[in-house]
Design a protein around this ligand. Structure first.
Ligand code: GDP
Ligand code: MG
Length: 594
C-alpha cells in the first residue's frame, strides 16, 4: 500500500468510556465484520477481558475506508501496562481521545493523553455515549477543549452504541491524521508493539514497519537479543489474520509468525530488521519489562505445587513481564515468589491461574522492591520481607515512589487529602478541570498504594475518584521489618516491611487476628509482633486440655472412631510452627484482606 493512503491510529480512553464498543462499530461500518457475525467486543479475545470489560492485550485491525487503509491499534488502558501503551502509541500517528459524555475526563484519560502528546500524536477529541439521557456534551466538550487547547466546537460527538457520528469520525481520521513517513529503500526496521502466544501457531508478533520492507520466508533479526528467525507467515488482521504474500512496507501494520514458542523471544519494544541486510540502529525506546510488585503464591492444597509450576510456565509464554522463583514458607509450604508490573497485573495472573488452570491459591501481602544499604557499605535488593536484615546495621533503605494523579468531584478533596497524607503522600499540586472537578497530584510511595489504597479511595469518594500513577524514582524512608512470632518462632508469611510509624498498628492487628484464628493448644501460646529483638505487641492463646474423646462418655464406639478419623484428616491440613499446630485455614484467613 502507498504510505500516503495509510492512517495509523489508536483509541485512548478511561475504562468503560466505550472504547471496545466504538471499535466494534468501526468494524461493522467499514464492512470488516458483517452484521451476522458481529458479537459484542469483537476484539477483546480473552474471556477474562470480556468479563471484566478491560483490554489486556492490544490488537491491531486493518479497516478499509474511503480508498484508504486505517490501522486501528488497540492499547491496554491500565497504568500497569504503561510501557505497552507507550509502544502501541509509538506505532501510530494519531489518537482518538474518547471521553464518556456523562462522566467527563478521568485519571486514565489524562495519563494516556500525556503519553500520546509525548509521542507527538495528532489528537482527535471525541465525546462518546451522546445517546445517554445523562450526557452533558456541552459541559464536557468545554472541559476537553480546555485540556488539549482547542475550540469546544472541534470536539466530535459520537455514540458507539447507536453508531451516530462514527462515519464522520472515520472521515475525520483520514483528513487530520498524517500519513506515515519512512524510507522505503532503507534497511527494514519494524517496531514490535505486541506479541501474543497462540497454542496452535506459536508467538504472533504485531509490528509496525517504519522503514524498508519485511517479506515472507525472510531471515529476520531481533535487534535487542540478536536472535534470528525466519518469517513463516506475515500478514494483516482484518479482523482475522490474512497472510500477505507481498509482505509489509513502510507505514504498514500487521503480524508475523516465526514459530518461536515464547513471547520473551519477541519482546514488545524491540526492533525487527533483516538478518541479511540489518539496520544500523534500532528504534528508540526499548525497555526490558521490570516487575514492581512481588507476592508469594502458594497452592492451598500442597499437592498442587507441580500444577502451579506448570501453570506459571505456561502463562509466562504469553507474558514477558511475569517472573517467578520457587520459595518455601514454614506456614504455607512450597510456593513461588512472583513479580508483577503492578496490582492489576497481579490480579490478572492470579485470576488466570485459578480460572484457566483450576488452582486454589493463597497469596502473601504484596510488597515492592527495597534497596538496602548496610553500615559496612554492602548494598542489596529486597523483594521478599524474609530477606530484609533483622536489625542493627542498616544505614539506609530506599523505596520506590510514584507521581500519582487523582481525579474526583471537588466535594471529596478533603477525604482524598486525608487518605494521601495518612500514607506519607506529599501534595504536588491541584487543578480544577471544571467548576466541580479537580485533579490532585501527590508523590506517594508505591508500597502504600499497593496496600488497599485504591479500595479506600473508592469507598471514601463513593466510587467517583479515579487514580493513575507513574514511577518517579526512589526515596529514603524509615522502614522496618515486623515479624510475627508464635511461641517465639517467626511465621515467615506474615513478616512485612512497613514504615516505622505503622509498625505498631500492623503488629497489633496481626497478633489479634491470629489469636482469633488459631485454635487453643494443650499449652499456652504467646503471639508476638517484633522488630528485630524488640517486641512491640503481644497476645496470648490460653491452653486447653484438648481431649475430644472425653466428650463421648465411653459408650458409642463408632462415634469415637468417626471422631478419631476426623481428627486425623484435620491433622493433614495442620502446619507446625515450632510446637504449635495451626490449621492452614487460619493462615489463609489471616492473609486474605477483609
Ligand atoms: P471500554 O472499557 O472503554 O472498552 O468500554 P466498553 O466498550 O466495554 O463500554 C463500557 C460500557 O458502556 C458498556 O456497558 C457499553 O455497553 C456502554 N457503552 C459503550 N458505548 C456506549 C454508547 O455510545 N452509548 C451507551 N448508552 N452506552 C455505551
Ligand atoms: Mg474494552
Amino acid at each position: 500500500t502507498d504510505p500516503a493512503l495509510i492512517r495509523n491510529f489508536c483509541i485512548i480512553a478511561h475504562i468503560d468510556h466505550g472504547k471496545s464498543t466504538l471499535a466494534d462499530r468501526m468494524l461493522q461500518i467499514t464492512g470488516v465484520v458483517d452484521d451476522r457475525s458481529m458479537r459484542a467486543q469483537y476484539l477483546d479475545r480473552m474471556d477474562i477481558e470480556r468479563e471484566r470489560g478491560i483490554t489486556i492485550k492490544s490488537q491491531a485491525v486493518r479497516l478499509p475506508w474511503d480508498g484508504h487503509v486505517l490501522n486501528m491499534i488497540d492499547t491496554p488502558g491500565h497504568v500497569d501496562f504503561t510501557y505497552e501503551v507507550s509502544r502501541s502509541l509509538q506505532a501510530c500517528e494519531g489518537a482518538i481521545l474518547l471521553v464518556d459524555a456523562a462522566q467527563g475526563i478521568e485519571a486514565q484519560t489524562l495519563a494516556n493523553l500525556y503519553l500520546a502528546m509525548n509521542a507527538d500524536l495528532n489528537i482527535i477529541p471525541v465525546l462518546n455515549k451522546i445517546d445517554l439521557p445523562a450526557a452533558q456534551p456541552e459541559k464536557f466538550a468545554e472541559e476537553l477543549a480546555g485540556l488539549i487547547g482547542c475550540d469546544p466546537s472541534d470536539v466530535l460527538r459520537v455514540s458507539g452504541k447507536t453508531g451516530e457520528g462514527v462515519r464522520e469520525l472515520l472521515d475525520h481520521v483520514v483528513r487530520t491524521i498524517p500519513a506515515p513517513v519512512g524510507e522505503a529503500d532503507a534497511a527494514a526496521r519494524a517496531l514490535i508493539f505486541d506479541s501474543v502466544y497462540d497454542t496452535y501457531r506459536g508467538v504472533v508478533t504485531y509490528v509496525r514497519v517504519v522503514d524498508g520492507h519485511l517479506g515472507k520466508r525472510e531471515r529476520i533479526l531481533m535487534m535487542s537479543t540478536s536472535a534470528t528467525h525466519e518469517t513463516l507467515e506475515i500478514g494483516v488482521i482484518s479482523p482475522e489474520p490474512k497472510p500477505a504474500d507481498l509482505g509489509l512496507g513502510v507505514g504498514e501494520v500487521g503480524y508475523l509468525i516465526t514459530g518461536v514458542k515464547d513471547v520473551r523471544q519477541s519482546r514488545v519494544g524491540d526492533t525487527v530488521t533483516s538478518a541479511t541486510k540489518p539496520a544500523g540502529e534500532m528504534l528508540a525506546g526499548y525497555e526490558h519489562p521490570k516487575p514492581m510488585v512481588f507476592s508469594g503464591l502458594y497452592p492451598i492444597d500442597g499437592d498442587e505445587y507441580p500444577e502451579l509450576r506448570e501453570a506459571l510456565d505456561k502463562l509466562q509464554l504469553n507474558d514477558a513481564a511475569l517472573v517467578y522463583e520457587p520459595e518455601t514458607s514454614a506456614a504455607l509450604g512450597f510456593g513461588f515468589r512472583v513479580g508483577f508490573l503492578g496490582l492489576l497485573h497481579m490480579e490478572i495472573v492470579r485470576e488466570r491461574l485459578e480460572r484457566e488452570f483450576g488452582l486454589s491459591l493463597i497469596s502473601t501481602a504484596p510488597n515492592v522492591i527495597y534497596q538496602v544499604v548496610m553500615e559496612d557499605g554492602k548494598e542489596f535488593t529486597v523483594t521478599n520481607p524474609s530477606e530484609f536484615p533483622a536489625g542493627g546495621k542498616i544505614a539506609t533503605v530506599r523505596e520506590p515512589i510514584t507521581k500519582s494523579t487523582i481525579l474526583a468531584p471537588s466535594e471529596f478533596i478533603g477525604a482524598i487529602m486525608e487518605i494521601c497524607q495518612g500514607r506519607r503522600g506529599q501534595l504536588l499540586g491541584m487543578d480544577y478541570l471544571s467548576e466541580d472537578r479537580v485533579e490532585i497530584r501527590y508523590t506517594l510511595p508505591l508500597g502504600e498504594i499497593i496496600f488497599d489504597f485504591f479500595d479506600q479511595l473508592k469507598s471514601r469518594t463513593r466510587g467517583y475518584a479515579s487514580l493513575d500513577y507513574e514511577p518517579a524514582g526512589e526515596q529514603e524512608a524509615d522502614l522496618v521489618k515486623v515479624d510475627i512470632l508464635l511461641q517465639g518462632e517467626p511465621v515467615d508469611a506474615f513478616s512485612a516491611i512497613v514504615h516505622k510509624d505503622k509498625a505498631y498498628t500492623y503488629g497489633v492487628d496481626m497478633a489479634k487476628k491470629l489469636r482469633e484464628l488459631i485454635p487453643r493448644q494443650q499449652f499456652e501460646v504467646p503471639i508476638q509482633a517484633a522488630i528485630g529483638a524488640r517486641v512491640i505487641a503481644r497476645e496470648n492463646i490460653r491452653a486447653i486440655r484438648k481431649d475430644v474423646l472425653a466428650k463421648c462418655y465411653g459408650g458409642d464406639i463408632s462415634r469415637k472412631r468417626k471422631l478419631l478419623e476426623k481428627q486425623k484428616e484435620g491433622k493433614k491440613r495442620m502446619k507446625m510452627v515450632g510446637r504449635v499446630e495451626v490449621p492452614q485455614e487460619a493462615f489463609v484467613a489471616a492473609l486474605s484482606t477483609d
